[in-house]
Design a protein around this ligand. Structure first.
Ligand code: BGC
Length: 751
């Protein structure tokens, strides 16, 4: 046997052995689960389906029963949102030593953008279009969370959303299902690693299944009503990608979908998730979402709600008491069977086995590991790099950025409510629960002023900081300080945006404009032709039309996390050349919402603003302020025309789409090369563009790279009127560019 042949043979055998071992362990776990199940009383089974709230609350008030006595009496299978390491040890000891069967608890927690080391918000991470980086962020977050006793992250949130009024857009990957799918898979892999039982792994929980991002009016918890076609194409792909990436659990959504609350939606949970996708994990409700089926008016009482949720395929009751109060009754009345309850309990027990909790209930409760793991300097360093990679440069007129020794400006003023804030979880979000709810240690955050002042001074600038208007309520008159300070500066860096605490669940807005007097700050500092750099700290697309028209440089910094100031300084001084691209469309005005790139054509598309009898507004173009995929660099990229390997392909052939991308500027930089398609004439109307591929390239000044994408019939297919995913033969257009608007195009045909 030749050397390579032998190597292949050896590797194949190794793979066989691994697969066989995995098979054995699955069988082994199932056997142990069944043995345990046979010993359990109905009350103990229902106890395993119960998740109780720990010391912090992220939802409506729930009964605060004595948690310890419930644990001791076997009424609790899981505890969520518990911040105290010592208390988790006490609870686990009680579950293992003081209950009849000694079944360990599983601890769940919202690990949204880091645990103790805080990273940029998920929407910002998506703006990096860097899947390796995103996976690594979750690896670090998992390592810290696991070291602090958490077994299970309630993340990733993979809800596609087209409505930035919704406070939770910050938790997802934006408006596109293709990018969302890639991010979802990366995040699941990052959390879970290669072995769920490892002390550095936490289970992922994909949420919120499904449709939550399409909540009407952008109001949290509101109604969702959509066609099956939209559900299949816009909402479900990231969920399917996360299921395929091996996510151990899923979480129901709060909303109704076409009238049926997601927690009792059999179509979603049993038919699609468990049926079509063959996924075998455990489904947990959202915070009392079983109980809320009664408030929706879709269940009469706890018995009815428990029966409907279990029948749909949901398993565990988070923070409510619907199963506790209603499941036994539902069984007695014949609304559910013992076999169904057993199946849900089996999923919970299997999950605990997979997490290694039966082998060692304290696998993630080791004080030594905790002391050695949390907040390592290298985690912070990675957070700084991630934040810089996530920032998106929207404008840079006259190349005023980066600020270097060669810049013509000498005196710089840093101003605005987010220049140097140490309150309200600024530069982060409400979802940094690992730091505590409100009283977090604000000294951990490097603010813009803290980093920019010394770092700009080291480059020879003279820098002053004006912390005016921290409460963002001052008037034009109060701004006299700003006027004076701006007079004495050559360039102003205005830090504006949103409070960290206003970002996340239940933090929806009806107006996307910069709030309070923030535009005033920009107007004042721009007077006398003082160039202003607007830095936006935001958790969602915002609108700032005056700034678009009048401020020469705009940088979207998002909520960047602990290393906000250092990352900002890296970008503003050119240490890092910005390469982030918007994962969401930025509208001109709130009135344009929903505004997204992958829309259908109307029968009367508006090409030119103001044309009557076309689909537009009298007072505003229907185009966005900044399109999906947009982001500038300190260098420039040029795209060649598209080359296609064929002009026609059959259903089984692959089309290669190539472009040459050249860095035509004087600096090395990153570019995200994006590929979109349009089905010119299908059986139904199709989106004007759909993202089907992207590649992030780093090019030295003057360098050229050929980027080649592959397209198959699967990429051209869609959910058709017969509820089948199929591609229609006919003409297609393919687009390649650095954002959805500025693209090259070419046509081909599917035979
Ligand atoms: C949220 C979930 C979260 C849960 C636990 C709910 O209100 O919708 O995303 O995981 O609370 O904190």
């Amino acid at each position: 046997m030749k050397k390579t042949g032998f190597l292949l043979f050896a590797l194949t055998c190794l793979a066989c052995v691994q697969a066989a071992a995995q098979q054995t362990s699955v069988k082994d776990i199932d056997r142990k689960v069944n043995e345990l199940l046979a010993k359990m009383t109905l009350e103990e089974k229902i106890g395993q389906l119960q998740q109780r709230a720990g010391d912090i609350s992220t939802g409506t008030a729930v009964a605060k029963d004595d948690l310890m006595s419930q644990i001791r009496s076997g009424q609790v299978g899981s505890v969520l949102s518990n911040t105290s390491f010592e208390n988790k040890i006490i609870m686990q000891r009680a579950a293992v030593k003081e209950t009849r069967l000694g079944i360990p608890l599983v601890f769940g927690f919202d690990v949204i953008h880091g645990y103790k080391t805080i990273f940029p918000i998920p929407l910002a991470q998506a703006a990096s279009w860097d899947m390796g980086m995103i996976e690594q962020i979750e690896r670090i977050a998992a390592t810290e969370a696991a070291a602090d006793g958490q077994d299970w992250a309630f993340a990733p949130m993979v809800d596609v959303s087209r409505d930035p009024r919704w406070g939770r857009v910050m938790e997802g990957a934006g408006e596109d299902p293709y990018l969302g799918s890639k991010v979802a898979a990366a995040r699941v892999k990052g959390f879970q690693g290669s072995d769920l039982s490892s002390p550095t792994a936490v289970a992922a929980c994909v949420k919120h299944y499904a449709g939550y991002g399409f909540t009407e009016g952008g109001r949290d918890y509101n109604t969702v009503d959509m066609s099956d076609q939209r559900l299949r194409e816009m909402v479900l792909p990231p969920f399917e990608a996360a299921a395929k990436a091996g996510s151990a659990t899923f979480m129901n959504a709060f909303n109704t979908l076409n009238g049926v609350p997601a927690s009792m939606n059999k179509y979603l949970v049993s038919d699609i998730l468990r049926g079509e996708w063959g996924w075998s994990g455990m489904v947990v409700s959202d915070w009392n979402s079983f109980g809320e089926t009664i408030v929706h008016g879709a269940a009469a009482d706890e018995t009815d709600a428990a029966a409907k949720c279990l029948n749909a395929g949901s398993d565990m009751d988070m923070a409510g008491s619907t199963f506790q109060k209603g499941l036994k009754n539902a069984l007695d009345k014949g609304r559910v069977t013992k076999a169904q309850i057993d199946e849900a309990v089996r999923r919970v027990l299997r999950f605990k086995f997979q997490l290694g909790l039966f082998d060692n209930p304290f696998v993630r409760l080791d004080p030594k590991r905790r002391a050695e793991t949390l907040e390592k300097p290298e985690y912070r360093q990675f957070s700084r790099e991630a934040a810089a990679k996530s920032m998106v440069l929207l404008k840079n007129e006259g190349g005023i950025l980066p600020l270097t020794e060669k810049s013509p400006f000498k005196r710089i003023l840093i101003i605005g409510p987010y220049a140097n804030s140490h309150t309200n979880k600024d530069y982060m979000s409400f979802w940094t629960l690992g730091l505590g709810m409100r009283y977090y240690d604000s000294t951990k955050v490097v603010t813009p002023a803290m980093a920019l002042k010394p770092q700009l001074e080291a480059l020879g600038f003279s820098v002053s900081v004006q912390e005016i208007c921290l409460d963002a309520t001052c008037t034009e008159k109060d701004l006299s300080v700003a006027i004076q300070a701006a007079r004495e500066a050559d360039l102003v860096i205005a830090c504006v945006g949103e409070e960290g605490l206003n970002c996340g669940e239940s933090r929806c807005v009806s107006d996307l404009n910069l709030r309070d007097n923030q535009e005033q700050i920009l107007r004042v500092t721009s007077r006398n032709n003082k160039p202003t750099v607007m830095v936006l700290f935001n958790s969602r697309p915002m609108t700032f039309q005056w700034a678009n028209d009048n401020v020469p440089a705009i940088l979207v910094a998002w909520q960047p996390g602990f290393e906000a100031g250092n990352a900002l300084s890296d970008v503003l001084t050119g240490k890092v050349n910005p390469g982030g691209k918007l994962p969401v469309t930025f509208p001109r005005s709130t009135g344009q919402i929903p505004l997204y790139y992958n829309h259908l054509k109307t029968g009367r598309p508006q090409e030119i603003f103001g044309t009557m009898w076309t689909s537009g507004y009298l007072d505003l173009p229907s185009t966005p302020a900044y399109p999906f995929g947009f982001g500038l660099s300190y260098t420039k990229f040029a795209y060649s025309d598209i080359r296609l390997s064929k002009s026609q392909i059959s259903l089984t052939e692959t089309l290669e789409v190539s472009v040459d991308v050249t860095n035509t500027g004087g600096l090395a930089g990153d570019e995200v090369v994006q590929l979109y398609i349009n089905d010119v004439a299908a059986d139904i109307a199709r989106p004007v563009q759909e993202l089907k591929g992207f590649e992030k390239v780093n090019l030295a000044a003057g360098a050229t790279k050929t980027v080649t994408f592959k397209l198959t019939a699967a990429d051209l297919s869609y959910w058709n009127q017969n509820s089948k995913r199929k591609a229609d033969p006919g003409k297609f257009t393919v687009f390649v560019g650095g954002n959805a608007r500025d693209v090259k195009s070419a046509g081909f045909e599917l035979k």
